[in-house]
Ligand binder design. Structure first.
Ligand code: DC
Length: 216
C-alpha cells in the first residue's frame, strides 16, 4: 500500500490556484506542483524554436528532446530554470494555444503522473481532478468571477509598477477561459467529485482554511 496523498486544485486562470496550492502544500508538508508552469515552459520552447502550433509533427519531434521538471517551486526546461521567463501575458496566450495539442498533453500527463507517483503532492492546473489524478483523495475547483480575477491581477501588476489597463487584462482572462473551456482535449471542467470554492469574496487565508478543514 502506498500512502501517497494527492490533492488536486483546478480552476480558471487567475483564480489564485498557485498561491492557495502553495500554502496548502506548505501547511501539510507536501510538494507543490504547478502544471500551468509546465505548459508555459513547453510554449516557451516552441516559440524559441519557431515551431508552429499547426505543425504537430514538428511539435512532437521537439517534445522528444524536451525535458520538463518542476521541483521546489522551480520550473526546469531542459535542465534550466525558466521560471522568470514564462510569466508574461504573451507566454500566457502561447501556453493556452500549445496546451490544446495532443502531443503536448500526452507528454506532460506522463511527467505529472510520474511526480505524483513518487511523492505526495498538491497539484494545480485545469485537468488534475478530471484526468491526471482521477483518483486524487481530495479535489477542489477554485473559481472567482472574471471581473474579480482581472481586478486582482490588475492590482498585482500595478503594485509592481507596471503600466496596465484593467480592460485588456479582463479581455485576456476571458480569451483564455474560452480556450481552456472549449478545447477538445481535457478541457477545464469541475470534476464531479470536486468541491467548488468560489473565492470572489474570500481572502487567501479563508480559502486556505476552507480547504484544510475539508482535508483533515
Ligand atoms: O495556470 P496557468 O495560467 O499558468 O496555465 C497556463 C496555460 O496552461 C493555461 O492557459 C491552460 C494550460 N494548462 C492546461 O491546459 N492544463 C493544466 N493542467 C494546466 C495548465
Amino acid at each position: 500500500m502506498d500512502n501517497i496523498v494527492r490533492i488536486a486544485i483546478d480552476g480558471p486562470s487567475g483564480a489564485g490556484k498557485s498561491t492557495i496550492a502553495k500554502a496548502v502544500a506548505q501547511k501539510l508538508g507536501m510538494e507543490y506542483v504547478d502544471t500551468g508552469a509546465m505548459y508555459r515552459a513547453v510554449g516557451y520552447k516552441m516559440k524559441e524554436k519557431n515551431v508552429s502550433s499547426e505543425d504537430l509533427e514538428e511539435v512532437g519531434k521537439v517534445l522528444e528532446s524536451t525535458e520538463i521538471d518542476f521541483n521546489d517551486g522551480i520550473i526546469y526546461l531542459d535542465g534550466k530554470d525558466v521560471s522568470g521567463r514564462i510569466r508574461t501575458p504573451e507566454m500566457s496566450q502561447i501556453a493556452s494555444v500549445y496546451s490544446a495539442l495532443p502531443p503536448v498533453r500526452e507528454k506532460l500527463l506522463s511527467v505529472q503522473r510520474d511526480i505524483g507517483h513518487r511523492k505526495s503532492v498538491v497539484m494545480d492546473g485545469r485537468d488534475i481532478g478530471t484526468n491526471v489524478f482521477k483518483d486524487a483523495q481530495h479535489k477542489f475547483f477554485l473559481t472567482a468571477t472574471a471581473e474579480e480575477r482581472a481586478n486582482r491581477r490588475f492590482l498585482e501588476l500595478k503594485a509592481k509598477g507596471e503600466d496596465v489597463e484593467y480592460k485588456s487584462i479582463l479581455e485576456d482572462i476571458e480569451a483564455r477561459d474560452y480556450k481552456d473551456i472549449n478545447r477538445k482535449l481535457n478541457p477545464l471542467r469541475k470534476a464531479e467529485d470536486a468541491i467548488e470554492v468560489d473565492s470572489t469574496n474570500m481572502t487567501i487565508e479563508e480559502v486556505v482554511k476552507f480547504i484544510l478543514d475539508r482535508i483533515k
